[in-house]
Design a protein around this ligand. Structure first.
Ligand code: DGY
Length: 323
């Protein structure tokens, strides 16, 4: 029997590519260069399933391709704001993602950013590497204590819960959260977290604000100039969610004017472009969208995609359906 054809838009961990090649007519992207819109359309015409990543913009102009052969978009990643779900449904495509397997590593990276920011680790490392460090001094690189401070989480899904547990039980932090959906008090308590009265109250009360909500139209610029102004000038912002959740221009202005203390960013509005103004700022830690970037997690993400492909082509329900 002919194997279903699946197209991967980027290189995946070798073990997963090997497993895919054994089960499917798998087309790999040897150059690992991002597909443009025309390459995405060609893949939708040519394959039974497309396996994209966050770098593939699957908007209506791509998904509206007339002679679409693909029936499934099996996304490599949990976030799906790069996929126009209405246009996918219109084109008769199902969509799956990879929840769960990247929770711990993304939470770990959130803590990495929090500690780097508060303890000025990026600045210190730059000093050492530049050969400028002239020895220990009592007043050098004085940062902010993390232990016992207040952390405000915007969004309270799996990753935020994992961050809360680490922050509360590991660093003795008071953890507040804000989310539009109901959260069982027992779930919050098990993470050492409590709901804030409002988003505004959370922003005003937190020493660290960390974003854990999905991207997309509903959360675009959720953190705008007005809301950033509610943060304390001593507070830090951390974003491992999606760049578009923050109004980057407003963030740059707040940092430039000293209205917040610093920002730790793993995601940007127009990735891979990073605003030049941010690159000049010492009180900003900039990472290249590393949240899930561990050997273990990237392999597990690929295996989740494989599970979704297997189920789909065996006529079973998708384990991780988005639509
Ligand atoms: C995710 O899984 O959504 C990560 O941001 C990588 O796409």
């Amino acid at each position: 029997m002919k194997k279903p054809r699946v197209v991967l838009t980027r290189r995946w961990p070798a073990a997963v590519e090997t497993a895919l090649a054994a089960r499917f007519d798998a087309v790999f992207n040897a150059s690992d260069e991002a597909f443009d819109a025309e390459a995405l359309r060609a893949a939708l015409r040519d394959a039974d399933a497309l396996c994209p990543t966050v770098t593939d913009r699957l908007d209506a102009s791509v998904l509206g391709v007339g002679d679409c052969r693909a029936k499934l978009i099996a996304n490599y990643g949990v976030g799906f704001n790069h996929i126009d779900l209405a246009a996918a449904a219109q084109a008769g495509l199902k969509v799956s993602n990879t929840p769960g397997v990247l929770t711990d590593c993304t939470a770990d990276l959130t803590l990495t950013l929090m500690l780097m920011l508060a303890r000025r680790a990026g600045e210190g490392e730059r000093e050492v590497r530049a050969g400028r460090w002239d020895g220990w001094r009592p007043t050098q690189f004085m940062g902010s204590r993390v232990t016992g401070k207040t952390l405000g989480l915007i969004g309270f899904g799996r990753i935020a819960e994992a961050v809360a547990r680490r922050a509360h039980f590991g660093f003795g932090m008071r953890v507040l959260f804000h989310t539009p959906r109901p959260v069982e008090p027992a779930v919050a308590a098990a993470c050492g977290a409590a709901p804030a009265a409002s988003l505004e109250a959370l922003l005003a009360a937190s020493d660290f604000v960390s974003l854990h909500c999905p991207g997309g139209a509903e959360t675009r610029h959720l953190l705008n100039a007005e809301r950033l102004a509610l943060m304390s000038p001593q507070a830090f912002l951390i974003n491992t969610a999606r760049g578009e959740v923050v109004d980057e221009a407003a963030l740059i202005a707040a940092l430039r004017d000293g209205r917040i203390n610093g920002a730790g960013l793993d995601v940007y509005s127009a990735e891979p472009a990073v605003p030049a103004a941010l690159m000049q700022m010492e009180n900003v830690v900039l990472l290249p969208h590393l949240g899930s970037a561990t050997e273990e997690t990237r392999t597990a993400m690929g295996l989740r995609v494989l599970a979704n492909l297997d189920a789909f082509f065996n006529g079973q329900p998708l384990p991780d359906p988005v639509i």
